[in-house]
Design a protein around this ligand. Structure first.
Ligand code: TXA
Ligand code: MG
Length: 324
């Protein structure tokens, strides 16, 4: 348990909130849609803390919040359509999924390992001030525990997360109450991934064509939210619950004990030597990527406990093992 501070919507509260975020802490803050649970998006361990606090059983790519379109352009690449959408609807309840820019600093975990990134410039004045003060992209899903409704005031946030986060910036009631509209601009016709605060019609009127759907982007099978086909999958086969390593395999380890045969591994990385699941979550995507790049045909993965963040880690690993 930590002590959750309730911060007032004034200069001192904003300065404290920005300071906590810059030091890797978790701060819930108001946006015009719902309260977000924010962490420094460039700090994978801070982002892992979001999942731990929410008890979210899987890793979805998170939306990173920025103070301006200028800041967003450091993180993502905006084609002509994405630029028009950003100029028309930012600041506001629209999230754009765009390819990452070479200068992107948003962590692998916040992107769930993808080469694209969800970006949004919120209109709420407190959110804007906080983002300016923090000076970094802030990853923020809704500030509720997994499976509960999205919070629209500070009391809702505390009802779910008191003792699990460092602070909530109390800015009164959020206005829109539904999350941002998510549009992906990854080339071709932009696609509506989630309806939300900006109506589809307003977007279609601006771009002069109908939005595609998320399901189309994913192929023929309908998708549950968060089950995007675009989820990062390694090229190598993934072998789960490996208690020994076969010659030539790459090894993704967890915990202090070295499995049999690890000396002959093509490459080996330990998610967390002392068995810390938050640290393990923070390393998951970048280590999978590094082991994949080793060229090994198979990545053998040590057992990871199903407790706490282990559930989300195992969910992601099972999908990596299944997706072909
Ligand atoms: O209104 C909102 O958008 C709120 C407030 C706090 O800003 N935030 C929010 O964030 O709802 P979040 O992180 O829960 O949204 C996650 C969703 C994912 O489930 C996915 O649909 C989409 O954003 N998303 C983010 N990055 C993506 C990417 N690279 N590719 C595809 N979808 C992405
Ligand atoms: Mg939510």
């Amino acid at each position: 348990m930590r002590q959750t501070e309730r911060l007032a919507a004034d200069a001192a509260g904003l300065a404290r909130a920005a300071d906590i975020l810059r030091h890797g802490g978790l701060v819930a803050f108001p946006t015009e849609t719902v309260y977000g649970l924010g962490a420094d998006a460039t700090n994978a361990e801070a982002v892992a803390g979001i999942y731990a606090a929410k008890e979210r059983p899987s890793f979805n790519p998170l939306i990173s919040h920025l103070d301006s379109f200028e800041s967003a352009k450091i993180q993502g690449m905006f084609d002509e359509t994405a630029t028009r959408l950003a100029e028309a609807f930012w600041p506001g309840p629209l999230t754009l999924v765009v390819p990452i820019a070479p200068s992107c600093t948003i962590s692998d975990l916040a992107r769930a390992g993808l080469d694209s990134v969800g970006l949004r410039v919120p209109a709420h004045p407190l959110a804007h001030a906080l983002l300016q003060g923090t000076g970094r992209p802030v990853a923020a899903p809704s500030a509720n525990r997994s499976g509960r409704v999205s919070p629209t005031d500070a009391d809702h946030v505390l009802g779910d997360l008191d003792g699990r986060i460092d602070a909530v910036l109390d800015g009164g009631a959020a206005q829109v109450g539904v999350e941002s509209t998510i549009v992906s601009c990854l080339g071709g016709t932009p696609r509506l991934l989630r309806p939300g605060g900006v109506p589809r019609e307003a977007i279609e009127a601006l771009i002069g064509e109908k939005l595609g759907t998320g399901a189309e982007a994913a192929g023929s099978s309908p998708l549950a939210p968060g089950m995007l086909a675009s989820h990062y999958a390694p090229r190598a086969q993934v072998r789960l619950n490996a208690t020994s390593i076969r010659p030539g395999e790459a090894a993704l380890l967890f915990g202090p004990s070295a499995p049999q045969g690890v000396e002959a591994a093509q490459a080996a990385l330990n998610l967390s030597k002392n068995g810390d699941l938050v640290e393990a979550a923070a390393h998951l995507f970048s280590y999978l990527r590094q082991l994949d790049a080793s060229g090994a045909a198979t990545i053998a993965v040590s057992p990871v406990p199903e407790t706490g963040l282990g559930e989300a880690i195992n969910d992601r690993l099972r999908r990596a093992a299944a997706e072909r």
